[in-house]
Design a binder for this molecule. Structure first.
Ligand SMILES: Cc1cc2nc3c(=O)[nH]c(=O)nc-3n(C[C@H](O)[C@H](O)[C@H](O)COP(=O)(O)O)c2cc1C
Length: 206
């Protein structure tokens, strides 16, 4: 029995994140229960099935429609959904549910660092960028010096970090240096609030 079949036989519901129709077809063939269709506005990493894959750049609604037209599995839409209207829209397009991440980044329950939280409301940061160097896979975050410099490389050979490794990542976060912290965020970060997770969920669904 394959790994996914074993999990399902044990009563575990198996979801696969997909970022293209090709990944969706591959996941369907493996026998998963449902697909998380993750569009280009998503915060953090996009769950491509291999590091080399270029995730689809089509807007979420188009990607969702393409998967809906081809695959009968339940679909969960993700990426850039920050309001009840956004959630209603993807449900109307045939999604069974919506998955939101960025909308919760400032909630007290989120593990977001103080440096990251402050950056999410700092007018200095005006856009997000999707780059690869942190893990090799495409991931979106606020455009700061770290992410801007990372655009030059596919992996973590970021000159400022190589020359001064202590200044990047955890040390920068601890020191409150938002320019050299990994500021994960989706394109809809400005709609975020500091409400509790329960209140954010209520806003997204009513
Ligand atoms: C801080 C953060 C880290 C994330 N890390 C991953 C990850 O490692 N792998 C993944 O497939 N998705 C990751 N995601 C994406 C979420 O699973 C979800 O699809 C996404 O947050 C939905 O888009 P939104 O951020 O616009 O709401 C991450 C999202 C955030 C906000």
């Amino acid at each position: 029995m394959g790994e996914i079949a074993s999990l399902r036989a044990a009563g575990i519901v198996v979801l696969a994140t997909v970022t293209s129709l090709e990944d969706a077809l591959a996941a369907d063939a493996l026998g998963v229960d449902a697909l998380v269709v993750q569009g280009p506005k998503s915060g953090g990493h996009r769950g491509t099935h291999s590091a080399a894959t270029e995730p689809d750049t089509r807007p979420l609604d188009e990607l969702l429609a393409a998967v809906r037209a081809t695959i009968a599995l339940p679909l969960i839409a993700a990426g850039g959904l920050t309001s009840a209207a956004d959630v209603r829209r993807v449900l109307d397009l045939g999604a069974l549910a919506a998955q939101c991440g960025t909308a919760f980044l400032r909630s007290p329950e989120a593990g977001t660092s103080a440096t990251h939280r402050a950056a999410l409301v700092d007018g200095r940061f005006t856009e997000t960028l999707a780059t690869r160097p942190f893990t090799g896979r495409v991931a979106r975050g606020l455009r700061n010096s770290l992410r801007h410099n990372s655009m030059q490389s596919r992996r973590s050979a970021i000159p400022q970090c190589t020359n001064s490794p202590g200044r990047c990542g955890a040390a920068a976060t601890r020191d409150g240096d938002a320019e050299w912290t990994r500021l994960w965020a989706g394109a809809g970060w400005r709609a975020g609030t500091d409400l509790s997770g329960a209140d954010v969920a209520r806003l997204l669904t009513t």
